[in-house]
Design a binder for this molecule. Structure first.
Ligand code: ADP
Ligand code: ASP
Ligand code: MG
Length: 440
């Protein structure tokens, strides 16, 4: 069995839902993971923002507009009046539930309930639509198997046990439909796997059922060699090693959720990135591929803060770095990049939530300077240190761009470079020109 995940754009209209239904019905008995229709989760966030601000009118107007959009979609999707009636009822129940939160206090718990409605609606519509076409589709409710533990990490054992029990319960189904993104936490409350987390759902499900392959269907023909939102003429990379894909996803390639590769890698399940609008395109295959001695792709991660701690006490001393890292650990703030010298260390973080406390504590160890609004540019490929020349190529491409930090040697798969936000697009384009288009 395979897991096929379709993102928001892929199910973004009645016509697209029909196209996906046709595509999946030809593929046999698989698990289909769906996101909410495109724009829905953003709108649900907007509704929650109104409710946090006690702007009930704003919330109600936005809810009404979204409901109208869903009613129109159902209207266009179903020709059979019985299935249409069922779909109308499902959608109405979701909107009534969303409206119920406009009446009382509003906290993070209520927000998470609201955010879960998008995936519940897209899967309800797809399930009924497939049934209206005579396909025995079974809905596997993610809220009954997808679960995180007390640390917010997926509870793999629980997921495995529960999803397999669900599959057995519907053994005679032709196809399984489930929600991406949504889950319950260790306390049984409705929660989610963070924005864009449907990819993560797909890969957790793939691991839980030991899938033959995990397919991520989206609106582009695979992982491109640079960010197509900022660089023209990018091209798809046809194969990537798990590690390469994980670096790209973590460092900003939006096509994949940052954590999506890990469960697939641990279970050695290939991940294929495919385009719903162009299903015949080759896409990208991510697996335990052989290294190819080449630079494959570039990605960028925004909102990075660089912190430098300089101290004479670091010179020839041991234990200095441990003390510095302990401070970040005590604030549960992960470090992305590190660069050290004999008298100082620079680190980068992507979360300023606890910055004031971190800086106060660091100042006990030396002089601290901070650069906000930085971007990590990540160059990925088979960059084994014995292969010559790739570092110089990367730096050559960036000759006229100020570089705050460079990090290489942590893995064989990436070089990370920290630049100012305003230099990001220029840096991405220069790297593409120099590394992929042979333009010096
Ligand atoms: P979905 O809704 O299907 O999950 P996403 O919007 O999350 O889709 O991801 C697909 C988008 O990722 C593409 O439309 C593209 O703009 C963006 N993207 C960013 N970097 C890359 C890259 N390196 N290769 C392909 N797409 C990328
Ligand atoms: N619907 C969720 C989001 O927009 C999850 C996803 O699409 O992956 O973030
Ligand atoms: Mg996505």
């Amino acid at each position: 069995m395979r897991v096929l995940k379709f993102g928001g754009t892929s199910v973004g209209s009645a016509q697209r839902i029909k196209n996906v239904a046709e595509l999946i019905s030809k593929r046999g008995k698989n698990i289909i993971v769906l996101s909410a229709m495109s724009g829905t989760t953003n709108t649900l966030v907007e509704i929650s923002d109104y409710l946090y601000k006690k702007n009930t009118d704003g919330a109600k107007e936005t809810i009404n507009n979204l409901e109208k959009h869903y009613k129109d979609t159902v209207d266009e999707l179903f020709s059979d009046s019985n299935f249409k009636d069922d779909a109308v009822k499902e959608i109405k129940a979701c909107f009534n539930y969303i409206r119920s939160f406009t009446k009382d206090i509003f906290t993070l718990f209520e927000e998470k309930e609201i955010l879960s409605q998008g995936e519940l609606m897209s899967t309800a519509m797809m399930n009924l639509y497939l049934q209206s076409k005579g396909i025995k589709s079974a809905l596997l409710p993610a809220l009954e198997f997808m679960r995180t533990d007390k640390n917010g990490e997926p509870d793999s054992q629980y997921i495995k046990q529960k999803i397999n029990a669900q599959i057995e319960k519907h053994a005679d189904a032709d196809i399984y439909i489930t929600q991406g993104y949504i889950c319950r936490n260790a306390y049984g409350e409705v929660d989610n796997l963070q924005r864009g987390g449907s990819d993560y759902s797909a890969s957790l499900i793939g691991a839980a059922i030991n899938a033959e392959e995990i397919e991520i269907w989206t609106d582009i023909d695979g992982m491109h060699n640079n960010d197509p939102r900022y660089v023209p003429d990018t091209t798809p990379v046809h194969t990537l090693h798990f590690e390469e894909a994980a670096e790209l996803a973590y460092f900003g390639a939006k096509i994949l959720h940052p954590t999506c590769i890990l469960p697939a890698k641990l279970n050695n399940i290939p991940v294929r990135l495919l385009n719903t609008m162009q299903p015949e395109a080759e896409g990208t295959l991510i697996y335990n591929s052989k290294a190819g001695k080449e630079i494959k792709a570039i990605a960028a991660k925004d909102n990075i803060t660089a912190i430098k701690i300089k101290s004479g006490r670091m010179l020839l001393a041991y234990g200095f770095l441990r003390k510095v890292f302990e401070i970040f650990e005590s604030y549960k703030t992960p470090i992305d990049m590190i660069a050290t010298s004999e008298v100082g260390v620079s680190v980068s973080i992507d979360n300023e939530k606890n910055l004031d406390g971190i800086l106060d504590d660091l100042k006990k160890f030396g002089t601290v300077t901070v650069d906000h609004d930085m971007v990590i540019i990540c160059v990925v490929g088979d960059l084994e240190w014995k292969n010559c020349g790739f570092e110089s190529k990367v730096l050559q491409a960036l000759t006229d761009i100020p570089v705050r930090m460079i990090s290489y040697g942590g893995s064989n798969y990436n070089i990370s470079i920290l630049v100012k936000r305003e230099d990001k697009v220029r840096a991405l384009n220069k790297l593409s020109d120099y590394l992929f288009k042979n333009k010096a």
